[in-house]
Design a protein around this ligand. Structure first.
Ligand code: ADP
Ligand code: ZN
Length: 213
């Protein structure tokens, strides 16, 4: 089973993906996580990606598409959860043909619906562990020791693209480039809309109920 999560930045794709990983046998494929890891490791790809990401812009399609193709090629028999990819209609078309070549297909696309206001509140208060990626929030989920990750002791930071200016840019980019995917997947007959103002465990249950029909 291959599932895709759509939604604005801050809609909660990462949090729902975490529920999936904990409760199902599925590989979480987050291009954002892949890029952040490359940036952390200071690879050539990381440097390139960072020059776009820190401005709130998308990494070019050719770069992102090839990363996804090479991951899927390694094991087309696994279950995948796509999070943050595709983000453009061009990427969606690429994914469709890359999957077809590997004998794979998408089983469902879930659009996590939420307001711009909520997204801005969620993202500007989000903090992440630089080492393990654990997510915190200054509103309702602080670490026991300020600035130090509960899980691994790593340093807790604010992502450069979670600063207010970059959030606004990301919403603009979403509206221009990613939102058209809703119509694209509706036409493919794969789209389900879910209310992502809910907390992630409840949202996960909603998605599961749709999957299980
Ligand atoms: P968000 O919280 O915006 O969903 P992600 O962690 O998915 O963030 O991605 C962070 C950044 O990485 C994006 O703003 C974008 O610059 C880049 N990125 C992630 N996925 C893609 C993609 N599929 N295509 C192009 N750029 C991407
Ligand atoms: Zn940590």
């Amino acid at each position: 089973m291959n599932i895709l999560l759509l939604g604005k930045p801050g809609a909660g794709k990462g949090s729902v993906a975490k529920e999936f990983k904990e409760k199902m046998n599925i590989v979480h494929l987050s291009t954002g996580d892949i890029f952040r890891n490359e940036i952390h490791e200071k690879t050539e790809l990381g440097l390139l990606a960072d020059s776009y990401i820190s401005k709130g812009l998308l990494v070019p399609d050719e770069v992102t598409n090839e990363i996804i193709r090479s991951v899927l090629k390694k094991d087309p028999t696994k279950n995948y959860l796509f999070d943050g990819y595709p983000r453009t209609v061009n990427q969606a078309k690429f994914l469709k043909s890359a999957m077809a070549e590997l004998g794979m297909k998408l089983d469902g696309v879930f659009d996590l619906e939420t307001s711009d206001e909520l997204v801005i509140v969620r993202l500007s208060s989000r903090r992440v562990c630089k080492t393990c990626g654990m997510i915190y929030n200054t509103r309702n989920h602080n670490p026991k020791v300020e600035g130090v990750c509960d899980v691994c002791g790593g340093k807790i930071i604010q992502r450069a693209d979670d600063k207010e200016e970059a959030i606004k840019e990301r919403l603009k980019v979403y509206n221009a480039q990613t939102k058209p995917l809703i119509e694209y997947y509706a036409n493919e007959g794969l789209l389900h809309s879910v209310d992502s103002t809910k907390d992630s465990p409840e949202l996960f249950e909603d998605i599961l109920n749709i999957i299980n029909g």
